[in-house]
Ligand binder design. Structure first.
Ligand code: FMN
Length: 182
């Protein structure tokens, strides 16, 4: 079982990375093989809307997303983590998400080998974990539309300093459990 971890926070070693790692740790405990990328360290360009992928089945932009396309295709499960920036995922994460359009065929079926489980992990400075629930639901809807088997979302709220998540034992335990269930 291969689990791909993607971290959309530009702050290295901070809360989002720790949350994603907790999920991956749980997966490893149950025998999974994992690989993690920090999206902000990769060269991922914005989709240019050329729609060549609809005809040729492949994105024409020659950047690090080509490696991620292979990783996504090879994964049995994906954990996508992002901080909330201005009420949504970071720009770095959005670049990745937009480029997944290459996997959607013109009839909206998928080019991905399914099934693939999907977990969404968020961090946010706001201490109220329910504030962005409608956005988290919308994101689950988006990934379900792309035919992923969405397992759910997890949020660490009130994370402002880099290590704040370490005080949230219950969240980290839940993250590990989500990873084990993958
Ligand atoms: C540009 C920017 C925008 C942010 N916008 C929000 C927001 O809309 N809602 C929120 O709760 N926190 C917001 N935050 C706080 C971060 O989501 C929070 O500190 C998170 O833990 C950062 O992730 P990291 O610790 O992995 O770097 C923002 C932080 C930055 C830098």
């Amino acid at each position: 079982m291969k689990v791909l971890g993607l971290v959309g926070s530009p702050r290295e070693g901070a809360n989002t990375e720790k949350l994603v790692n907790a999920i991956l740790e749980g997966a490893v405990e149950n025998g999974a093989e994992t690989k993690t990328y920090n999206l902000s360290k990769l060269d991922i360009n914005p989709c240019k809307g050329c729609m060549t992928c609809k005809i040729e089945g492949k994105c024409v932009i020659d950047d690090d997303m080509q490696e991620l396309y292979d990783e996504v295709q090879a994964a049995d499960a994906i954990v996508l983590g992002s901080p909330l920036y201005m009420w949504e995922i970071t720009a770095q994460t959005k670049l990745f998400v937009d480029r997944l359009v290459a996997f959607i065929k013109p009839d909206f079926s998928t080019r991905l080998n399914m099934p693939k489980k999907f977990v969404l992990a968020y961090t946010q400075g706001n201490p109220d974990a329910t504030t962005f629930k409608p956005y988290f639901d919308y994101m689950e809807g988006l990934f379900s539309f792309m035919q992923f088997d969405v397992q759910g979302s997890i949020v660490a709220a009130g994370t402002r300093e880099k290590d704040d998540i370490l005080a949230q034992e219950a969240v980290l335990a839940r993250a590990k459990e989500m990873g084990k269930n993958l």
